[in-house]
Design a protein around this ligand. Sequence first.
Ligand SMILES: *[C@@H]1O[C@H](CO)[C@@H](O)[C@H](O)[C@H]1NC(C)=O
Ligand SMILES: *[C@@H]1O[C@H](CO)[C@@H](O)[C@H](O)[C@H]1NC(C)=O
Ligand SMILES: *[C@@H]1O[C@H](CO)[C@@H](O)[C@H](O)[C@H]1NC(C)=O
Length: 410
Amino acid sequence: MRAAWVLLPALAALSAYYVYLPLPGAVSDPWKLMLLDATFRAAQQMGHLIHYLRFSHHLIVLNYLISTFDLYQLESVSSEDIKVTDAVFDGVEVRVFEPPARGDESLKRGVVYIHGGGWALASARTSLYINLCRIMADSLNAVVVSIEYRLIPKACFPEQYHDALRATKHFLQPDVLAEYSVDPSRIAISGDSAGGNLAAAVCQQLSKEEDLTVRPKLQALIYPVLQAFDFNTPSYQQNRNMPVLPRHVMINYWLYYFNGNHDLAHALLINNHTALDVGQALSFRGRLNWTSLLPPSFKKDYKPVVQTTGTAEIIQKMPALLDVRAVPLLADNETLQLQPKTYVLTCENDVLRDDGAMYAKRLENAGVDVTLDHFHNCFHGCMIFTLWPTDFSAAFQTRSSYIKWLDENL
Ligand SMILES: *[C@@H]1O[C@H](CO)[C@@H](O)[C@H](O)[C@H]1NC(C)=O
Ligand SMILES: *[C@@H]1O[C@H](CO)[C@@H](O)[C@H](O)[C@H]1NC(C)=O
Ligand SMILES: *[C@@H]1O[C@H](CO)[C@@H](O)[C@H](O)[C@H]1NC(C)=O
């Protein structure tokens, strides 16, 4: 009994220590975010332990936990309003959300949606994404195709990209669009985080293919990850410890995506891979010069981190670091000019804020019509967290702004 009086406060203090994180004052629902982050960290640590014991890959464990603790299991719930079917588009699994026919208006809009999760986590079957796709299908009267691309560790770059491209190209065929009653002139490609990366890369590739008869009207990128050249942009510096995506975790996802050696993580973190003496990187430097691409409110007092001497072998071992199919921000001006009207959503409390903001600026410089929708009080990944107990006001705020833009522009 006595022991309990000592143990309980000690446990409480320990849990508080585990959960508590200093967060910037402007983040909405800070306590909820700390709890979400602590849960996510605990799941990651359990994954690492199981990985260490060599039972399974930690990302497989994490994904297993995500699907097992998916409280809603929306997968098995059919809705009266939206028809949900699974299909295979050119060998790639997809989940299709179709709104019912409405009166005489026969053709619908179309949205290709690519979910996020570091090319490793979540699924088109995760309730949070099913919920998002349903709401989009319903509020936009759109057929939403959610791509179930293969994930790390089963697949790495360029497999995820190829899956996303193949499924999208299959959908864009006139006879397939006709089958789903989709208007070929009203199609958007969209995705969040790593899905935003794939969406941007797919859009670039489609714009370069001359024999396509149907092209997307829009792209909408939600806090996309777009470059692995500079891990010291102002947002990477400012948010390096921010939940749910601290800088070292993002670097690890890149290393997994490229099937790279994790011993290189620190070299990447200090930009050794793109030092001034690394010849292959030089010509790309001007394409993501944040001192000219970002507004002063983003740059604040942060200084560029540019090494004079670095490690040239990193890019030799991982040439994908400079491959535009993985890092769409490094595309040339000619490709950028061909991009459709673009929406980019960014969050202030996100290492990837500047990836999105720099892409928006480069597209704008290339003459593309761009909307940069920036949220001061939001964090990376927030838009999908609309279901209790992980329901954040940031989610509703960003989601309604995103859907509103699509509604007005698609
Ligand atoms: C980046 O932009 C700044 C400001 O426009 C300029 O002074 C600098 O030379 C540029 N650096 C590179 C590598 O292009
Ligand atoms: C970065 O590169 C320099 C020069 O090659 C090297 O001395 C240093 O050890 C590297 N740092 C890391 C963390 O790899
Ligand atoms: C690409 O566009 C930017 C902005 O308009 C311009 O500063 C740069 O010189 C262009 N690069 C090339 C290679 O044309």
